[in-house]
Write a protein that binds this ligand. Sequence first.
Ligand code: UVW
Length: 319
Amino acid sequence: MSETVPDLKELLEGLPKNWGKWGNDDEVGSLNYLDSAQVLKGIATVRAGKTFTLQVQMGNPDGDPIWPGRRPAQRMNVLDHGHFMSGKGPHFPGNMEYCDDMMVMYLQGSTQYDALGHVWYDDQIYNGYDAKTTIGGTAKAGVLPIGERGVVGRGVLIDMARHRGKDVLDKGETFTHEDLLEAAASQGVTIEKRDILLIRTGWIGSFYRRDPEEFYKDFKEPGLTFSPELVRWFHEMEIPNLVTDTIANEVTIDPKSGVALPLHSALMRNLGVAFTEIILPDELADDCAEDGQWDFLYVAAPLKVVDGSGAPVNPIIIK
Ligand code: UVW
């Protein structure tokens, strides 16, 4: 690790940016690559009619995997049969009874899309919008335009854990785009231009088997690690969406520079790559290993939260 941790501006100097590419008022970035040709390409992968959902359970009493400092979603009952039994429920003509509940949650507290304006440096978010536009709500490059648009295309799953012969990658274990290409070759699939890139590390699945204290201790997720070459690869491949089974989609601290989450800035802020985090792809991965088909139709749309910095999502895979 370098002795002094560089500023993100210094680390990412000279690397590609997609600002202005889709107009000065664009808010969905590389998702613009997902045109009708990409939708049809995704549909063309469907063979057996198998479906999978990738969201983790939300408000699980045993705990939800979340970034340290955030709190898991809390669901609270507001009305149920108990109210009607004790005569406290509302009365409707015909005697209908019902239950109601509410949830308090971090919008990044489950499987979610980050808004492109979720992370920034140097006072500017994606597309050059002023970081002041995040004050009081993500007014620019928020999650709403992603929810309005939806995300559909050909997805490819790269199972790094399986490729390395592990149930789950180690804390802080890294891999590069070269490793992804090697894993893809061993799976017999090609990552093509404009593919939605899904990566399995086994990390989120392991949350449900591990002691929470051990899971969060010295919090260091495994994941992709920054290099200028990796950023150029994402740019050249026109990857619209990075989807992983970790809480932050990349290794927590870049081991070389010491910078925290540099890909959030290099890919999300600068290239407009949408980040989908905290997926649970284990069942899908097992099925792909069994039938040898690692590409599929990916369909997702985060909830349309006005001015949200992110929003929960339950992506659907169709093979
Ligand atoms: C942070 O914002 C720290 O992470 P995430 O993108 O996982 O929400």
